[in-house]
Design a binder for this molecule. Sequence first.
Ligand code: NAD
Length: 295
Amino acid sequence: MVDIAFIGLGAMGSGMAANLAKAGYRVRAFDLVPASIEAAVTAGCVAAPSVNQAVSGADFVLTMLPTGAHVLDVYQQGEGVLAHARPDAALIDCSTISVEDARAIGEAARADGFFMCDAPVSGGVAAAAAGTLTFMVGGSAAEFEKAKPVLQAMGKAVIHAGQSGAGQAAKICNNMLLAISMIGTCEAFVLAEKLGLDAKAFYDIASQSSGQSWSMTSYAPVPGLVPSAPSNRDFNNGFAGALMLKDLRLALEATHHVGMTAALALKSEEIYSEYILKYSPSRDFSGVIDMLRNQ
Ligand code: NAD
């Protein structure tokens, strides 16, 4: 049996680990939160008491953690992945982190002889649970081929973006666009509301017109339109505003590196910063509609 260590069982990782178990892998699940490990066991995984014990002897090591600092910590601390993984293990980080951090972690892993890919995802919590994520993968052709079957058990599309760090480059460009498009979608719904237009009527029209986007058809910020959207659960258990802000800042950092100005991304950073201060860092990013409505 192929063994997979899965570290980080939050909003995304919980569904991903469950799908790997469903596909027949033995998944050793670890998170700092014991209740998340218990939920993973209910979904068919095996509990691991530490990073060290999760990765020892595993064929693959997957991480789905909040930020680059968490990934660096889990990889490089004394009890971490690099110190305890099997020498021929393939390491796959699915978290969204900076291109620089991804390359640094990849270099350290390869220097120790490991296969390593950055493989961030697009799709959100519903896609993680349904096994329909899109993976954008950075690494050599051989590293990509090794990671592919495991990623296919959690996704509908697994795309080789290029060498180490290219997956993260694709992800931050994608999320810069998502951050902007969600604000535009929210502003359009608020204006429709203020003009007396029924939200469902607007949705039925715009979702089949040129205003259509993922923010609208998969993640509508108004409840009752897209059943799996966080707007139906008071913006809980979605993509935290703080994580969207993190991704947007990674993109803005990258614009500085290459000497470009992204005016809409800059304005979006201002809006999401205000949003997480006024509401909560863990509230889904599409909940920004409430702030825009009340302005
Ligand atoms: P989350 O905060 O819900 O989950 C992260 C998990 O990591 C938590 O359960 C936390 O306890 C655990 N963790 C933190 N430090 C740890 C450590 N040292 N050892 C073990 N576990 C540790 O976050 P999420 O929404 O699942 O997002 C994870 C990553 O995926 C982020 O980088 C995010 O940007 C990205 N992402 C999220 C979404 C989404 O819709 N939520 C979509 C695409 C990508």
